[in-house]
Design a protein around this ligand. Structure first.
Ligand code: DGL
Length: 272
């Protein structure tokens, strides 16, 4: 189906950023740097969090269904699936059914392969992401002459959520993620780690402390922001009201997340 909207977007038409939780805020930060004038609706399917522990069928159904309803009601000019798990599983399907440009999130294996000097790359993602053929294909295309070690770190998703609620996080969580890669054969030579879950850049400082010096992290946020900016180049933007954060389930977490959301320009919170 067509990827170009039939009518030019109104200046107030939002960019819809979608994730299971707060992970997509790492993408929002990068987007704000390039398009501070863009009205944004940040949508978190917290009723479905964590996606990484779900089956492919569950994730595809949730993401396609929710994005269908959201695009109908919110009329975004562009949708960004700011979630590696949802993108690696459902991006093609969502693109087939929605008549709005869709930007996905691809694990940053290509830039990591260009940066590594030891030839050993680590990849941290959710359990659902690291088993995807999509990741196998990126590895085959861009890192065939490298060693790519993968580790599923669902604990980091909850750690990022807790951190943005202002709660303390046990440093052992980050140590376990580092050990999960380091303890694999060749793991001691890792110099570059792909953060293949949008939640993980939100705890990059803690991960940096756990891995120690000599390891750099790569994620897709800057590339996604550039892609959104290029697809919307020349469009009029008017950010006339505080941006909106939408959640699929109400609860005390929403109030706890308030300060972190407001710090990123999401001063209104509602339930979808
Ligand atoms: N933020 C999501 C990602 O990029 C995953 C978090 C989850 O498990 O729901 O993969």
């Amino acid at each position: 189906m067509a990827q170009t909207p039939a009518f030019p977007a109104a200046a107030t038409a939002p960019i819809l950023l979608f994730d299971s939780g707060v992970g997509g805020l790492s993408v929002l930060e990068a987007l704000r740097g390039l398009r501070p004038d863009a009205p944004v609706i940040y949508a978190a399917d917290n009723a479905g969090l964590p996606y990484g522990e779900k089956t492919e069928a569950e994730i595809a159904a949730r993401v396609a269904g929710l994005l269908g309803r959201m695009t109908e009601r919110l009329r975004p000019r562009l949708v960004c699936i700011a979630c590696n798990t949802a993108s690696t599983i459902a991006l093609a399907m969502v693109r087939d059914v929605l008549e709005v440009p869709i930007v996905g999130t691809v694990p940053a294996i290509k830039p990591a392969a260009a940066l590594t000097t030891t030839g050993v790359i680590g990849l941290l993602g959710t359990a659902a992401t690291i088993r995807q053929g999509y990741v196998d294909r990126l590895e085959a295309e861009f890192a065939r002459d490298k060693t790519l070690l993968r580790f599923a770190a669902p604990e980091l998703v909850s750690a990022a959520e807790a951190r943005l609620r202002g709660e303390p996080v046990d440093p052992a969580v980050f140590a376990r993620a580092a050990a999960g890669l380091r303890d694999q054969p060749g793991g001691e030579r890792i110099d570059t780690v792909v953060l293949a879950c949008t939640h993980f850049p939100l705890v990059a400082a803690e991960l940096g402390a756990a891995f120690g010096p000599g390891v750099r992290f790569v994620d897709g946020a800057a590339g996604i922001a550039r892609r959104i900016a290029s697809l919307t180049a020349g469009q009029a933007f008017a950010r006339t009201a505080p941006d909106l954060a939408l959640f699929t389930r109400d609860g005390p977490d929403l109030a706890a997340l308030g300060p972190s959301l407001a710090a990123r320009g999401l001063e209104r919170v509602a339930v979808f």
